[in-house]
Design a protein around this ligand. Structure first.
Ligand SMILES: Nc1ncnc2c1ncn2[C@@H]1O[C@H](COP(=O)(O)OP(=O)(O)OP(=O)(O)O)[C@@H](O)[C@H]1O
Length: 881
């Protein structure tokens, strides 16, 4: 796309944001707009090497010689700051890399066998993913930094305050991070940097981690306490006005007010916790029910800190080194702790403030020593075995024997539900599960029943239709965010149910699809429900706004993020071939596209006849191979037009629930129905393991999240473990239109996960295809005319409703809910009389048939005389008949 075209994409191209929080409307509206509101940044001219510039070799040689001389006289070792280094650097390539020229860094002699490189500039870490020790390195890096991009050979990570917070919260200490100590203990000596850790990075890590992990938020007897083993830290926090004001004061017998005094107690000591569904639990069960008392193995310990999947079978630890690991944790546990109570209404402010003061609060729940809250007797069914990455993610949560609050990020279809259920079965206390829609609520309940031995009486659902309570002192409630967060117009039953939820202390709160929940709603949930530990689950922790950062203090740090490519390589999710198919616009469509400036441009690039044909060709090609195909279109006008023309079934917001279920069931079981068209109501949560091919014809601007969620529909393909099996994901893009820009942006998340998008510019055999639609120019012109006659609102991606609202598997709903219906757009066209009478392929299309009837009804009353004549005429006509 040309720069001009990129520059053209302005805020007016983005649909307006809408909010919706109705009491009984349970479903969360997925707001993809957050990401799209970011205007594309112009290329940074300064960093670009002018194309076609000729190289002056003699000047370069001279520069090189000068640089060498300067290096000899002033070795970089004497220089202290980055700036000084940069001033003196002058190598053959300096002018190309400019301020990214780090040739002054001294490579270690054995750098070839060291896979890590750390940028002194911004904390970015580059890992050679082809190194034999890359897997261990990866696990360590995901524990301390944020994965930025993980394609096949080179991975990029970034050290951030949040990532260091997460590292500390899973038990790593400052020196572990700087010195890669955890790994050195495992004798992976070659595992380290090609260059020494730059001073700037060491200072950054020290500065950030100094305060991290020192303060905890603890819920005891339905009261919140800020707890620390460093009294001076609590004193420091109390100097802050927000925290001081949130501190609870108690009124004494003599009416004097006294701040809740510091309590001193012993922190609970770590024991042996076994996560259900793991191999270790199976071993434990074999031992005739004897409690597992064996000391954790080196691999277990390592896994609990940096999380290497399946442990490290090739590495052995000396007992001394192993003891070191234990000592690190027990030392911390033995310390005395001090605390002050805070007002639960101000909990969110305190958390936020602590975050700002660089003392983020860790939330840990010592559930095994909680004698106040009743135990919930649930366990995974004996046949349930969790997968290694599920175990790794859970070991991050339960690594020190308590439940740490935080977020687990697993790819779509990787089994987040089972991770949540296993966590609930480990904690064994009352649990509240919050999801984005009522259908998800039913799915969660069904999954609990499928994987665990929970009884019908122990699990209840709270939706607009059902307001159940569990029997007994403890149990599970599954509900939606909206049901819990909304405060207006509650029914009497809802109010009573809310009293039930808010009056008790929950051991565990499970937050599904955390990335889509609006921050305000989250805040209300977190402040109204008192829970000891929280676990957020998501596949795509991406948003361009600061709401992801909010999750850090509202739930906790990211505890684990799986690598999509690794899971695909191990057969847990399907291998997917991704392709972008470039479809040139036909001259008629392109002419109109350039002429029109409103949203109908979008309709033009969706309805491009070449795209239509590509879609038809790909459907046929994949149906013939035995694939089941889902075609996604955000635009409902295009969805219906494509599906009707190609003779396929379709589902969008206006399709009734029974009809949806029937279509989905045919798609799953009938060999006659191999392709269905879905609007964005099918983006998330829909579980169709039969689907093996996706074709995307229209999508929501540049939403990376939507692209990933859609890909997720085929990652769970049943046939994924067949030899040589590949699922297919095609994005059809009209060439030289805005769609190309959006498409590139959309793919970024998946590219960062290691997916490669091939560009297809020609589909072999398309021309020879029988019954190819819109083959003739006349047909194409007719199509463009019908698009032009469509109202502007047909181009609206927000509207998923041509007659109704709803969601498919539940998570997505129309964003049009509550919106005032838009008036059909008017347009003025220029043309000859011949064109208007249909002589130039223009046809008259009746858009609103009922309008005429309405008009007739609304006609002004006629004069009595005329009315009488009319009556007589009508009577005569009747008599004649
Ligand atoms: N340990 C396991 N053993 C067997 N099957 C599993 C296991 N874990 C997950 N599955 C299966 O994998 C499929 C996907 O699981 P699930 O629906 O929980 O994925 P998800 O991560 O929530 O996906 P999405 O983000 O797309 O909703 C389900 O059919 C589930 O039964």
């Amino acid at each position: 796309m040309s720069e001009k075209r990129i520059a053209e994409v302005g805020p007016s191209d983005y649909p307006a944001k809408r909010a919706r929080t109705d009491e009984d409307q349970e479903d969360i509206v997925i707001d993809y707009n957050e990401e799209d509101a970011i205007p594309p940044s112009p290329p940074e001219e300064a960093n670009l090497v002018p194309r076609g510039a000729t190289i002056n070799f003699s000047a370069l040689t001279r520069k090189l010689a000068e640089a060498r001389r300067a290096k000899d006289t002033e070795p970089p070792a004497n220089l202290s700051s980055l700036e000084q280094h940069r001033r003196h650097q002058d190598s053959l390539v300096s002018h190309i890399f400019m301020d990214q020229d780090f040739s002054w860094l001294h490579l270690k002699p054995d750098h070839a066998s060291r896979p890590l490189w750390i940028s002194p500039e911004d904390g970015h870490i580059i890992l050679e993913a082809f190194s034999p020790i890359a897997e261990q390195a990866q696990d360590f890096l995901t524990a301390i930094s944020e994965p930025v991009s993980r394609p096949a050979f080179i991975h990029e990570y970034k050290l951030t305050s949040y990532s260091l917070y997460a590292a500390v919260s899973v038990g790593l200490q400052t020196e572990d991070i700087i010195e890669v100590r955890a790994l050195l203990r495992l004798r992976v000596r070659t595992f380290s940097r090609k260059v020494p850790v730059p001073d700037s990075i060491t200072a950054f890590i020290r500065e950030r981690t100094l305060s991290y992990g020192k303060v905890k938020l603890v819920l005891k007897h339905n009261k919140y306490f800020v707890e620390s083993s460093h009294p001076e830290t609590l004193q420091l926090l109390l100097k802050d006005r927000v925290i001081r004001e949130a501190r609870l004061m108690t009124v004494q017998a003599d009416n004097s007010i006294k701040a809740a005094t510091f309590t001193t107690s012993k922190a609970p000591v770590k024991g042996n916790l076994v996560i259900p569904g793991t191999a270790k639990e199976a071993e434990k069960k074999k031992d005739d029910g004897k409690p597992a008392t064996a000391a954790p193995t080196d691999a277990d310990l390592f896994t609990s800190v940096v999380g290497v999947e399946g442990g490290l079978p090739t590495l052995s630890l000396s007992p001394i080194l192993m003891v070191n690991f234990l000592v690190d944790e027990i030392e911390e546990d033995d310390e005395n702790v001090h605390a002050f109570e805070i007002n639960d209404a101000k909990i969110d402010d305190v958390k936020k403030r602590c975050n700002e003061l660089e003392y983020p609060m860790l939330e840990e729940y010592d559930f095994r020593n909680d004698t106040v809250n009743a135990n919930l007797e649930i366990d995974l069914k004996p046949a349930t075995i969790i997968r290694p990455y599920q175990e790794t993610s859970l070991s991050k949560m339960f690594g020190n024997g308590r439940a740490r609050s935080g977020i687990i990020v697993l790819p779509c279809g990787a089994g987040k539900t089972l991770v949540g259920i296993t966590a609930a079965c480990t904690i064994k206390k009352s649990c509240l599960v919050l999801c984005t829609s009522s259908v998800s609520v039913m799915q969660w309940k069904q999954q609990f029943m499928q994987w665990s031995n929970v009884t019908d009486k122990q699990i209840a659902v709270f939706t607009a239709d059902e307001k159940e309570r569990f029997a007994g002192p403890s149990g599970i409630v599954v509900s939606t965010y909206s049901m819990v967060a909304n405060t207006h117009n509650r029914s009497h039953e809802s109010k009573k149910m809310m009293e039930f939820l808010t009056s008790r202390e929950w051991g565990f709160i499970l937050l599904d699809e955390v990335h889509v929940v609006p921050a305000a709603m989250f805040r209300r949930v977190v402040t109204t429900i008192k829970a000891h530990s929280k676990l957020g689950l998501t596949a795509t922790l991406v948003r361009e706004d600061d709401k992801i950062a909010d999750l850090n203090y509202m739930i906790g740090p990211k505890l684990y993020e799986a690598n999509w490519m690794d899971l695909a390589a191990k057969g847990h999710i399907a291998n997917v071939q991704c392709a972008e198919v470039w479809c040139p616009m036909t001259p008629e469509f392109y002419r109109q596209y350039l002429r029109i400036q409103n949203r109908k441009r979008m309709l033009l690039y969706c309805m491009n006849p070449n795209k239509f044909q590509a879609c038809q060709f790909l459907i046929k090609y994949h149906e013939d191979r035995g694939d089941k195909v889902i075609v996604f279109s955000d635009n409902v006008y295009a969805l219906e037009a494509y599906a009707k023309r190609l003779g396929k079934l379709y589902i969008h917001g206006g399709t009734g629930q029974v009809e949806r279920m029937r279509i989905l069931s045919w798609f799953q079981h009938s060999p006659q129905v191999n392709t269905i068209f879905l609007s964005k109501v099918g983006d998330t949560s829909i579980d169709l393991p039969e689907a093996t091919c996706l074709i995307q014809i229209s999508s929501h601007f540049g939403s990376r999240r939507q692209e990933a969620q859609r890909l997720g529909r085929i990652l769970r393909a049943k046939r994924r473990n067949d030899e040589g099996f590949n699922a297919f994901f095609y994005s059809l893009v009209s060439k030289d239109t805005q769609e190309m820009f959006y498409s590139t942006k959309r793919q970024q998340f998946l590219i960062d996960q290691g997916y490669a998008f091939k560009v297809i510019t020609h589909l072999d055999g398309l021309d020879k295809m029988e019954d190819l639609v819109y083959r003739t120019r006349d047909e194409q012109i007719e199509l463009v005319q019908s698009v032009l006659l469509a109202s502007e609102s047909e181009a609206d991606l927000g509207s998923d409703v041509r007659g109704g609202e709803g969601d498919l598997a539940g998570t997505v709903t129309s964003k049009d809910f509550g919106r005032v219906p838009r008036m059909p757009g008017t347009q003025r066209t220029t043309g000859s009389l011949q064109a208007l009478s249909g002589g130039a392929h223009m046809s008259y299309v009746e858009q609103n048939k009922s309008a005429n009837k309405k008009l007739a009804r609304e006609q002004a009353p006629r004069h009595k005389l005329f009315a009488k004549r009319e009556k007589e005429k009508a009577a005569a006509r009747k008599a004649a008949r």
